[in-house]
Design a protein around this ligand. Structure first.
Ligand SMILES: NC(=O)c1ccc[n+]([C@@H]2O[C@H](COP(=O)([O-])OP(=O)(O)OC[C@H]3O[C@@H](n4cnc5c(N)ncnc54)[C@H](O)[C@@H]3O)[C@@H](O)[C@H]2O)c1
Length: 266
């Protein structure tokens, strides 16, 4: 029971393929109590209620681009959990440009703002409201999910690359601030391609999933394995890890080329 006595908030569980869904299941197994949150649209799908029952968790609707929704999320969560929180998972991403297949050279700038707001600035908003409302216990751990397109170009990832760069930068800047404030930690996990609703919305996803699988000596990291990593980062075993972007990708980020890929070209 690595998270016994810990309290948290988990965003982004849409259905059983969501990374956040797996994280919630694992947190429950490890003895944590937490609330679940998602955007009102996702709540209407209703799937998240199953997860709520399974984990004995209250579900609080919140559009994480709206400060007032986040304030309400924290009020309801602290009330439900009878106290401040030890961990927060940000597992939220969406690009209207990617969704509507707008090319990188033809971005709709209103949509770009939306991409950045939903996928990155929402993390800043969660942390800023958490600081102002004093919702974080000492040594709390906040984690957001990123992708290596923040460092290297993956053409089909389009403006989500900018969002991930910003997300990782926010984790560093806010990690410094919260570390000084009350020893709270902030990190991003740079996860392998994973077959989920958001993942498979990217065109050519299956091909770059297969490519990453062949490039990584350990193969792609699954959503379940990502959940295990989150448990470690929420636990006291990772107390001095902060302001990091942590690759969880089976070795992909350090591999130049693999024998499997060479074989494909021979
Ligand atoms: N799937 C992958 O290949 C992959 C790889 C690396 C990182 N990630 C990241 O993991 C995170 C989770 O994605 P996933 O793959 O589990 O897909 P997912 O579609 O299951 O999760 C995305 C979630 O974001 C929520 N969301 C969208 N707009 C929101 C808003 N305004 N307010 C609150 N919630 C909102 C959706 O309802 C959904 O639950 C994302 O940040 C994604 O970029 C995914």
């Amino acid at each position: 029971m690595m998270l016994k006595g810990k309290k948290g908030i988990i965003s982004g569980a849409l259905d059983e393929s969501s990374i956040a869904w797996k994280v919630a299941e694992r947190c429950h197994e490890e003895g944590a109590i937490f609330t679940l949150t998602n955007a009102p649209m996702a709540m209407r799908m209703g799937k998240i209620n199953e997860l709520g029952e399974k984990c004995n968790s209250k579900i609080v609707g919140a559009d994480l681009t709206l400060v007032e929704d986040i304030e309400n999320l924290y009020d309801e969560s602290l009330n439900e959990l009878s106290g401040k929180v030890d961990f927060i998972l940000h597992s939220v991403g969406m690009s209207p440009n990617v969704r509507k297949k707008k090319e990188y050279g033809d971005l709709n700038y209103e949509w770009l703002n939306k991409t950045l707001d939903v996928s990155a600035i929402s993390f800043h908003k969660m942390l800023q409201v958490a600081e102002k409302k004093e919702v974080l216990n000492d040594w709390s751990s906040s984690v957001a999910l990123s992708y290596i397109a923040a460092q290297r170009t993956f053409p089909f990832y389009s403006d989500m690359a900018e969002a991930k760069s910003l997300l990782e930068s926010i984790a560093r800047s806010y990690g410094y601030r919260l570390g000084k404030l009350n020893k709270s930690r902030v990190n991003t996990i740079s996860q392998s391609p994973t077959i989920t609703t958001a993942g498979s919305g990217i065109s050519g996803f299956q091909s770059f999933f297969n490519y990453a699988e062949k490039m990584s000596p350990l193969g792609n990291a699954t959503a379940d394995e990502c959940a295990d990593y989150c448990i470690f980062l929420f636990s006291d075993l990772s107390k001095k890890i902060t302001m990091q972007n942590l690759f969880h990708d089976g070795g992909f980020s350090s591999t130049g080329i693999s024998e499997d890929i060479i074989d494909d070209f021979s």
